[in-house]
Design a protein around this ligand. Structure first.
Ligand code: FE2
Length: 324
């Protein structure tokens, strides 16, 4: 049974198709972020313009027709309201026209589940680091919900990195620019904030932006990354010791950063646990991860009535029952 998944929570309109766990297509169209960041209504306009073409491209890539679809999933949240609504409307239209079940999906759950699926992990401690979220997660076997062991007190690390990238005055501000500049930098002191297994990035970001006035941008990028990633590693190691998990994964947009993965790999190896992360196409926002969770939900008869298919901008990961 082919299941289509639609992701539209932020800059990406992504469509994936999955059949019995096999990913048949994972295609997308991305809104180009300029130096002003994302204006939700402009991003949603991009999604509206591209939705039909991306869905068609996914069907062509999977070599199936629309009539082969047996279910549909979409990102319910968290994310930007106008953007989420484009995916919601696309999915509801498919469900209504094709008379197929529809499953609303939590974006964070999807990032963790696609990592477990592609990396063949059973029960990892997951560090989920994206634009809007930074959380340390374990799955509670009794409730089948993720438990948040630690999280950011303020902003997601991805947003902090994007903010720093914009302050560098680059035409298109991406986290990968900060990573590239950091390769030629040296360490300068920056504020480090970990409380138990929680952490905070706003003080670090303010300090880094201020230091751009007097220090080399390479040094600021290097020191920002070293400080933020060390904070994540300290909190993750504490969570690893507490949870006694023998697998560690990182997922979400910031998981594409090779330095973060290297540092976490060291934490895992020092503690004798297996470390893995999914290929970057699944750490970036994508439709395949939504299709995967939708397939698991639909297989377990957990789908939603069309009239109840809403969006939720602040949709917490620990509200959701997870199926596999
Ligand atoms: Fe994401």
């Amino acid at each position: 049974m082919a299941i289509i998944g639609i992701e539209s929570s932020a800059h990406t309109f992504g469509v994936g198709i999955i059949q019995n766990g096999e990913i048949l297509a994972n295609v997308k169209s991305m809104y180009k972020i300029g130096n002003k960041g994302m204006i939700p209504i402009e991003v949603s306009e991009h999604h509206i313009q591209n939705a039909a073409d991306v869905i068609k491209l996914a069907l062509d890539t999977a070599k199936i027709t629309i009539k082969d679809l047996k279910g549909v999933g979409y990102t319910k949240g968290p994310g930007m309201g106008p953007c989420l609504q484009v995916g919601q409307l696309s999915a509801k239209t498919l469900s209504y026209r094709l008379k197929i079940p529809i499953a609303p999906v939590n974006h964070g759950v999807a990032h963790v589940e696609i990592t477990k699926h592609t990396q063949k992990m059973k029960d990892p401690l997951a560090l989920y680091v994206s634009g809007g979220n930074s959380q340390i997660l374990v799955l509670d076997k009794n409730t089948r919900k993720y438990r948040i062991l630690g999280e950011t007190f303020d902003m997601g690390l991805g947003n902090a990195i994007d903010n720093l990238a914009r302050s560098l005055g680059l035409e298109h501000a991406w986290g990968s620019d900060v990573e590239r500049l950091a390769k030629d930098g040296s360490y300068i002191d920056m504020p480090y904030t970990v409380k138990g297994m929680d952490f905070s990035f706003t003080g670090l970001l303010t300090n880094a932006i201020k230091k751009l006035e007097t220090e080399k941008k390479e040094d600021v990028c290097y020191s920002f990354q070293e400080t933020a990633f060390s904070m994540l590693c300290e909190a993750t190691e504490r969570a690893l010791l507490l949870s006694k998990k023998n697998e560690l994964c990182v997922c979400g947009g910031v998981a594409q950063n090779t330095k973060l993965a290297k540092m976490l790999e060291e934490v895992a190896s020092e503690n004798g646990v297996r470390f893995a992360k999914a290929p970057n196409e699944f750490n970036a926002d994508n439709g395949a991860m939504i299709a995967l969770v939708a397939e698991n939900n639909i297989k377990n008869n957990n789908f939603e009535k069309l009239e109840n298919c809403d969006v939720k901008q602040r949709y917490r990961i620990d509200e959701v029952v997870v199926y596999d």
